[in-house]
Design a protein around this ligand. Structure first.
Ligand SMILES: [Zn+2]
Length: 431
């Protein structure tokens, strides 16, 4: 009897071990199966993958034995945050985010498609090179898309690295894609959101005038302006980028309305670029009182904006209020189109942004030949430095491009970011 009991215990023990082993195997399979399958597929069947830009220029390619990138160093560096690398060091890289698709790995069969898989991107590597060179070593983010189709033509983040130079010490923050994975103080570029809320909520906004003496006190707290603008209309106040006028407008709107618009335009949420999650922004949502509300309405306070969210906003304005969600991958499918803002609001904003360029940004002399609508931002960081922003679009049937340029601690919005935007826009219009 004792013998039988011992035997039963042994059998039970063996069964438990087998089940435990299988559980471990399944867990490891789910976790690592992709890598195993990849290993076997590459070793046995010669599965290959190719990633190209919109013009067919090679960005990355792998086969059974090699992981390759473009032969051109400037392409590798300027497109690094688009392609990523084979080690996944930048989380938003296509090699990391679309690895499964490129291998077409099936958890069910444990195999990858053992044939060549192509990932065709909307990015134009030549534009990325132009943007990267124009950044000229500065930290920043450059984005450009076609607002009619959503095609993302340019995405550059600085500093960058050469993925072939895997052992080199990377510059600080080089693995962060500043276009998608970070949010920055927006400064005056945020006045576009305050302006949109004003257009829809202050019925006589175009009949009002705003008086600026260079400083304005709200509940004893001074809001300083960058200039002295005296009496101005709403349109002139945006072109002057008058802090006094826009702090007053934010207070007139009230915090609830401001929060409603910041939320409605998606600035507080993480967005998705073909499934790649982007950074959420921030805006004061707990009660802050009028002085802080004034500062938040002009893009200071605790405001933070992800450059990608700003690209969605200016794209929608350019496209008459309808947003074609930007697309990194050219998969032949049409972009998802959403109603982003009222058509009338988009039209008013576009007209004001066109006036900005003509009246205050040097128009034809700074942006020759471009039908440009834009807004500058010089976001004060409190230490004497500022982020330079320039965001807008071309009001041009043949060249329907929206863009965002942000240079970290880059100085003035127009002088730093505006001139980079012009370099990029001249290049895209010529292509
Ligand atoms: Zn002013």
């Amino acid at each position: 009897m004792k013998k039988i009991t011992n035997r039963a215990v042994s059998v039970l023990l063996i069964a438990v071990l087998i089940i435990a082993g299988m559980v471990v195997y399944v867990l490891r399979y789910v976790d690592d199966g992709r890598d195993w399958a990849l290993y076997f597929a590459r070793a046995n069947s010669g599965s290959t993958g190719v990633m190209t830009d919109r013009n067919g220029a090679l960005l990355a390619a792998f086969d059974a034995t090699t992981n390759a990138y473009s032969d051109d160093e400037l392409t590798r560096i300027s497109c690094y945050h688009v392609t990523g690398d084979y080690w996944g060091r930048t989380g938003t890289g296509a090699l990391t985010c679309f690895w499964d698709e490129m291998h077409d790995f099936s958890l069910l069969t444990g195999t990858t498609r053992s044939e060549s898989v192509n990932l065709w991107l909307n990015i134009d590597a030549e534009l990325n090179k132009v943007a990267y060179q124009a950044l000229n070593g500065r930290k920043g983010a450059v984005l450009l898309c076609d607002y009619r189709t959503g095609e993302l033509l340019c995405m550059v983040s600085g500093p960058s690295i050469d993925p072939l130079d895997a052992d080199a010490e990377p510059p600080e923050g080089a693995y962060i894609n500043r276009c998608l994975s970070a949010a920055f103080t927006p400064g005056s570029v945020f006045k576009l959101i305050t302006a949109a809320a004003a257009i829809e909520n202050i019925p006589d906004i175009y009949d009002r005038t705003f008086y600026c003496e260079g400083v304005y006190e709200i509940a004893g707290v001074p809001i300083k302006c960058s200039g002295v603008h005296y009496t101005q209309t709403f349109e002139q106040a945006l072109a002057n980028s008058c802090n006094v006028a826009f702090a007053q407008i934010a207070v007139m709107l009230g915090q609830d309305t401001m929060v409603e618009y910041v939320k409605k335009y998606g600035f507080l949420d993480s967005q998705s670029l073909d499934g790649i999650p982007t950074a959420a922004g921030s805006y004061p949502q707990e009660f802050v009182g009028d002085p802080e509300l004034g500062w938040s309405g002009i893009g200071q306070s605790t405001d933070l904006v992800c450059p990608y969210s700003m690209l969605r906003f200016v794209s929608a304005v350019g496209n008459g209020g309808k947003l074609c969600e930007p697309k990194l991958i050219n998969d032949g499918k049409a972009a998802k189109t959403v109603s982003f803002m009222k058509a009338d609001t988009a039209e008013q904003l576009a007209s004001m942004m066109s006036y900005n360029v003509a009246a205050h940004y040097g128009g034809e002399s700074n942006f020759p030949g471009l039908k440009l609508c834009a807004k500058t931002g010089t976001a004060e960081l409190g230490d004497g430095t500022s982020h330079a922003w320039f965001a807008g679009f071309l009001q041009d049937e043949e060249h329907p491009y929206a863009f965002v340029v942000m240079i970290e601690q880059g100085g003035g919005g127009l002088s730093a970011a505006g001139s980079l935007a012009n370099t990029l826009l001249q290049a895209v219009v010529r292509r």
